[in-house]
Design a protein around this ligand. Structure first.
Ligand SMILES: Nc1ncnc2c1ncn2[C@@H]1O[C@H](COP(=O)(O)OP(=O)(O)OP(=O)(O)O)[C@@H](O)[C@H]1O
Ligand SMILES: [Mg+2]
Length: 224
């Protein structure tokens, strides 16, 4: 069974004269253990698609299956539970809690899931931050980190609950080449060695070409 299957997704955004048909019938599948890049011009609908797949927004038409679960049948609480347990989301804008430390930001999804004891959560969050080269900044507050550091905390946070599917919107957009390579290698290893899957929006053609599949988006549609 596919990890994720989407069929004929449509989404309109905005109202009145500003109403946009942002997604115009998107269908594809994501298999466990694989990496996928979504490429396409600004405004082509990449973030809109990722928000739907992250169960942060609902389509006007079409279906999203996560495993054997058709998500349109889920209520708000169940959607939140699926999101927290099975999906890791790296936002285009990071949305860290500025008054919380890096460590606390990464622990938040673990707290919500409630599977680990406090010391285990701390150790795991520290390990994740070390894996994005922030081992020496775990106690920094969100607003005392650079843009690229915030982005790496957001990546560590997305991985907190070992998500089956990692959805990442420009995860390396604010990073220098060395950090971009490191982060991409981390995400790719999680897919290839641990059977998670990565669906990553990227404007970086070099990174996109290092994914197993590249999905090209144009005007709200995926090209073949
Ligand atoms: N809240 C909104 N209200 C109205 N239109 C919106 C809204 N959000 C996005 N849009 C429009 O929907 C379309 C798709 O936007 P989306 O954010 O998905 O693009 P994108 O491919 O992620 O672009 P970028 O590469 O710049 O991040 C664009 O035409 C955009 O202007
Ligand atoms: Mg976007």
């Amino acid at each position: 069974m596919s990890l994720l299957r989407v069929e004929n997704l449509h989404r309109h955004l905005g109202a009145g004269d500003a109403r946009v048909h942002a997604l115009r019938g998107v269908s594809f599948t994501v298999e466990a253990g694989r990496t996928y890049a979504i490429a396409g011009h600004s405004g082509s609908g990449k973030s809109t698609l990722l928000y739907l797949l992250g169960l942060l927004d609902v389509p006007d038409e079409g279906h999203i299956w996560i495993g054997d679960q058709e998500t349109s049948l889920l209520g708000d609480e169940a959607r939140t539970a699926v999101r927290n347990a099975r999906l890791g989301f790296v936002f285009q804008f990071h949305f860290l809690l500025k008054e919380f430390t890096a460590l606390e930001n990464v622990m938040l999804p673990m707290r919500k899931l409630g599977r680990l004891a406090e010391p285990e959560m701390r150790a795991k969050a520290a390990e994740l931050l070390a894996s994005v080269d922030l081992g020496d900044k775990v106690r920094r507050l969100g607003n005392q980190l650079s843009g690229g550091e915030q982005q790496r905390v957001a990546i560590a946070r997305a991985l907190a609950n070992d998500p089956a599917l990692i959805l990442a919107d420009e995860p390396t957009g604010n990073l220098d080449q060395a950090n971009a390579d490191r982060v991409f290698a981390l995400l790719r290893d999680l897919a290839h060695k641990r059977g998670q899957a990565l669906l990553m929006v990227s404007h970086n053609p070099d990174l996109a070409s290092r994914c197993d599949h590249v999905l090209h988006m144009k005007d709200g549609r995926l090209l073949d």
